[in-house]
Ligand binder design. Structure first.
Ligand code: PLP
Length: 407
């Protein structure tokens, strides 16, 4: 039976936890996407900072299809070549010595938090289990990760949360100093808080976190699910801040759209997740790792990373002009190609309205909370695509500026 697949079907067949927009994308090339009606969009959303090399990059398509003709899956009972090659390349390119593969950011963080707990309990006894995390952070949607994230809207209503998490305000050094103690097994930080408004950490904050972890024998975990793999103009976000963690989690751009995630750790930290303590059937799948290997090769090139900085400057200057002309943005912030346009007071709380209007004008953007429009485009988006997308965004903003002020 052939079912007509339109957006209307969604509510009838899907669990109601999402509310996707009205259009259904069916094709993508580079930074352009087409919906079921053939309408074209410029993609500044990048699948929420995932499609780092745009849609259907030919080298990624080749890597995936070549692997698809060889071996799809064996499980962790066997080692596989793409996973070992990718793990080797990641350790060569970062501070880390060991890699655990997973399928999503939440799973990579789950592994990091379990590692931290085991590390703490084994080095300091049962009391050394506290994880210090930031309020308004985002680490995924498993019970452990929502408990760590300090956002009641994601963690309440599921019965008792995971205990032993201390939440402190982001970028507040004194609060961090007060929270970290000999009971702390890990401090976890997003170098740029992505979901909560594109808020970069201060270098001083990350440095102090590093010092406190060293003093108290705790692991410093950077959640680089959103900031990793070139997004900030450095291969990993920690390089931008010049502060090296013990554990780092990656997802999103490492698979460029194919589900892949990784937890990277120093040898000293990794040894605490010993035989039998953790696992995943699909983590390290050959198809995903073949894509990841090619993605890493393509992203870890000086000209690509320099290109991210150049595109940053282009975006920020144009968005600042648009924002001022129509009194829509009071600030354009962010690093590399993770950008946040903060809405003026007139538009406070209206981010969803703005992104819907942008979509109507043929440009895909994201929100980061109710007051921030987020852009996370392909790292190799062409100048013409940027200009075309910005022109569409400006038209959307012009239309919005004519609307009566919301009361
Ligand atoms: N950590 C950060 C910083 C994220 O931005 C996200 C997703 O947006 C996650 C973790 C969760 O990743 P996933 O949705 O792949 O589980």
């Amino acid at each position: 039976m052939n079912v007509a697949v339109s957006r209307d079907l969604y509510e009838h067949v899907m669990v109601p936890n999402y509310a996707p927009v009205s259009v259904v994308p069916v094709d993508g090339r580079g930074a352009r996407v087409w919906d079921q009606d053939g309408t074209e969009y410029i993609d500044f959303a990048g699948g929420i900072a995932v499609n780092a090399l745009g849609h259907c990059h030919p080298d990624l398509v080749e890597a995936l299809t070549l692997q698809a003709q060889r071996l799809w899956h064996t499980s962790n009972i066997f080692a596989n070549e793409p996973a070992m090659r990718l793990a080797h390349a990641l350790t060569q390119a970062s501070f880390a010595d060991r890699v655990f593969f997973a399928n999503s950011g939440a799973e990579a963080n789950e592994a990091a938090f379990k590692l931290a707990r085991r590390y703490g309990v084994r080095t300091g006894g049962e009391d050394k289990h506290e994880i210090v995390a930031n309020l308004n952070s985002f680490h995924g949607r498993s019970l452990f990760t929502v408990s760590v994230a300090g956002q009641p809207k994601y963690s309440e209503g599921f019965g008792p949360p995971i205990k032993g998490i201390r939440h402190v305000a982001f970028n507040d050094i004194q609060a961090l100093e007060a929270a970290v103690s000999s009971r702390t097994c890990a401090v976890v930080i997003e170098p740029v808080q992505g979901e909560s408004g594109v808020l970069p950490a201060s270098r001083a904050y990350l440095q102090r976190a590093r010092e406190l972890c060293d003093t108290h024998g705790a692991l410093l975990i950077f959640d680089e699910v959103q900031t990793g793999m070139g997004r900030l103009g450095t291969l990993f976000g920690y390089e931008h801040f010049d502060v090296v963690p013990d554990v780092m989690t990656l997802a999103k751009a490492i698979g460029c759209g194919f589900p892949l995630a990784a937890m990277l750790a120093t040898k000293e930290a990794a040894r605490h997740l010993e035989l039998g303590t953790h696992g995943s059937t699909f983590g390290g799948n050959p198809l995903a790792c073949a894509v990841g290997e090619t993605a890493l090769k393509l992203i870890d090139r000086p000209e690509l990373l320099r290109g991210v900085q150049i595109r940053h400057t282009h975006f920020v200057s144009a968005l600042t002009v648009i924002g001022k002309r129509y009194d829509l943005f009071k600030e354009v912030r962010g690093i590399g190609l993770l950008l946040g346009c903060v809405l003026t007071d007139r538009w406070k709380g209206e981010a969803k309205h703005v992104i819907d209007c942008c979509l109507e004008h043929g440009v895909m953007v994201l929100q980061a909370g109710p007051d921030v429009i987020r852009l996370a485009p392909s790292l190799v988006i062409e100048t013409e695509e940027i200009d075309e997308g910005l022109a569409r965004l400006a038209k959307a903003v012009k239309q919005l500026s004519r609307e009566p002020v919301a009361m």
